[in-house]
Design a protein around this ligand. Structure first.
Ligand code: SF4
Length: 364
């Protein structure tokens, strides 16, 4: 963050994210575990329409146990549907319809899921840390100023893991499950400044996690960790992907970038941005808690920052928002004059002032 000393009164602090906090504290189970407890039977070779019909029936059912005697569960069904979507990939709104099961590559460039890095992240919002953050290689966006361009533009980078290995690595970070994490968590009581080994959640990010949805769902079918699941994303998913995440994700950590389609097209190379991303924020808020991030871009206060803050105030009264001031010109930003500097103190102050006027709930 910039060391900007704001004379402004900070907008009200978060007293929200209560559903997520209940899971993080161990009071409630993560939603993927609840979904796993919903039994069903399905033939993996059934057509995708039949699988979707069973999925929706189970998701909407009042019976937490699903279909008695079923040998599979709703999470396995979700993972199967996600893999079938790979036949004509529509995981994000680019809707490339390439056959990724046959090795075809769409606009994100992602083939098999590859992990660029995974570690305990202490630089996220206070509500989230310590966060076991899994960075996938590749991205559905092409942001000219990407702050993680080494990851997002290199979908072939990083290491390949299988879902069972990933599940074991997650469980290692759960102090209630991983023996190593438990030993270290105990030792940390006397080492308060040590970087923790244990996590409060699992944070799926990239690049963007959307292109890797089958891998993520499949990983969770092997998991029994009580850690809540964080979807840390540009939110350019299709309705279908949002349906698959329903019953799996415990908090959406969203990156709401643009207040209009023109800026999105110019700076991230995507179409129909605002309708897609605003729709997905509404769908997310129907599922669980939402923490909205907005990175303030220089010269984009009127066209992007204000419309986003106003939309959040009107449509997501329970959301928490992080107005981020750490933009710096990176990657190809030098090709675009207006973003070739950091935001000014006045720009950040005006963003925070607008958040205050709108009575938004700020993180921190
Ligand atoms: S995830 Fe999006 S960009 Fe990638 S292949 Fe699928 S539809 Fe295309």
């Amino acid at each position: 963050m910039n060391n900007i000393n704001f004379a402004l009164k900070r907008p009200r602090q978060s007293e929200r994210l209560t559903k997520y906090e209940a899971i993080a504290s161990g009071e409630s189970s993560p939603r993927y575990m609840v979904t796993k407890a919903r039994h069903c039977d399905f033939d993996p070779d059934d057509d995708i329409q039949s699988l979707w019909e069973l999925h929706d029936e189970l998701l909407l059912s009042d019976d937490p146990e699903g279909i008695p005697g079923g040998g599979s569960d709703l999470l396995q069904l979700k993972a199967r549907i996600a893999t079938k979507i790979f036949d004509e990939c529509i995981l994000c709104e680019r809707r490339c319809k390439v056959n990724r099961n046959a090795g075809e590559i769409g606009k994100c460039g992602v083939g098999e899921s590859r992990i660029s890095s995974e570690f305990i992240h202490m630089g996220e919002e206070p509500e989230i840390i310590p966060s076991y953050t899994v960075f996938f290689s590749g991205c559905t966006f092409r942001c000219v100023y990407c702050q993680n361009y080494d990851i997002s533009t290199n979908p072939g980078g990083g290491k390949k893991l299988n879902p069972e290995e990933m599940a074991r690595m997650i469980e290692e970070r759960d102090s209630k499950l991983g023996h190593r994490a438990k030993r270290i968590a105990d030792a940390e009581i006397s080492l308060p400044f040590a970087r923790p080994f244990w996590a409060k959640n699992v944070n799926w990010v990239g690049g963007d996690p959307t292109s890797n949805l089958p891998f993520i769902l499949s990983t969770l079918t092997f998991c029994r960790s009580g850690l809540p699941q964080v979807w840390n994303s540009n939110m350019y998913l299709t309705r279908e992907s949002m349906r698959l995440l329903d019953g799996v994700i415990d908090i959406y950590l969203t990156d709401f970038k643009y207040g209009n389609d023109g800026c999105a097209r110019r700076l991230s190379g995507v179409e129909n941005y605002f309708d897609t991303v605003s729709r997905n924020h509404l769908l997310a808020s129907e599922q669980c808690d939402v923490l909205v991030r907005h990175l303030v871009l220089p010269n984009h206060i009127e066209c992007c920052t204000f419309p986003i803050l106003e939309w959040v105030a009107e449509n997501l009264p329970d959301a928490v928002i992080n107005v981020m001031d750490q933009y710096r010109p990176e990657h190809r930003a030098s090709e675009f004059d207006e973003i070739m500097r950091r935001p000014t103190q006045a720009e950040i102050a005006s963003a925070l002032k607008r958040a205050e006027e709108l009575n938004l709930s700020l993180t921190g």
